[in-house]
Design a protein around this ligand. Sequence first.
Ligand code: SF4
Ligand code: SF4
Length: 140
Amino acid sequence: MIKALIVGLWTTLRHFFSRSVTLEYPEQKWTPPDRFRGRHIHLTNEERKPLCVACGLCEKVCPSGCITIESEKNPDGPGKVVTDYRINYLRCCFCGLCVEVCPKNAIVMGHEYELASEDKESLIMNLDQLLDKRMKSENQ
Ligand code: SF4
Ligand code: SF4
């Protein structure tokens, strides 16, 4: 009984003086690990055009059915160009299958995790919102 009390007090004291593992969110932000699966990013080429060729594989593989792709015939050659690409984050489970299946490596899972919103519509993101903004601003 006494021994258990001492062990319990010792454990409490040890944790009281050890470094905290929690963050004071939202003042303190968490840095996700490299392999974290957050909001998607559509990558672009040097002309700032999406690498996506609208093949539709990601749309087919998505277990949540939350990807919608719109495309048109490529005016400059064979194939199609993507005109819109929507992900419904109300349904996405961040499994990453869409990224794995992409033959062009056109999409990646980013590190953004602050996706809470009071507006459901804002969680259905279009191609412009998903494009790589870092690359866009660097080239502008
Ligand atoms: S991460 Fe998974 S659920 Fe989300 S869009 Fe990609 S395939 Fe669908
Ligand atoms: S699998 Fe890749 S190339 Fe095909 S539609 Fe999806 S993002 Fe575009």
